[in-house]
Design a protein around this ligand. Structure first.
Ligand SMILES: [Zn+2]
Length: 92
């Protein structure tokens, strides 16, 4: 069953997973003496993004309000996030 997130504060319908301690790697495309080096777009841990870093929490992508548990800390576990959405967002 698909769950629908609707932010109770701003009505945005998009969630974002926030991580810290993620290593970004930029290939240096051009070295020169007079200007800034030219970098490629970043690779995130070799592009294996989801397996790396530490989850900080999940927030609304518009108002950046974290989904919080009963202890007022951001929800990290997917099962807790599913429960939160079912309790706080109208489903069809
Ligand atoms: Zn919001």
């Amino acid at each position: 069953m698909l769950l629908k997130f609707t932010c109770p504060w701003c009505k945005c319908e998009k969630l974002e997973l926030i991580k810290k301690n993620v290593c970004l790697t930029y290939k240096i495309l051009e070295l020169n003496t007079s200007e800034d080096f030219v970098y490629d777009s970043p690779l995130i841990d070799g592009n294996e993004m989801l397996g790396f870093g530490d989850i900080v929490g999940t927030w609304c992508s518009k108002c950046h309000t974290f989904l919080l548990g009963e202890d007022r800390t951001p929800l990290i576990d997917q099962e807790d996030i599913k429960d939160w959405i079912q309790d706080n967002c109208p489903q069809e």
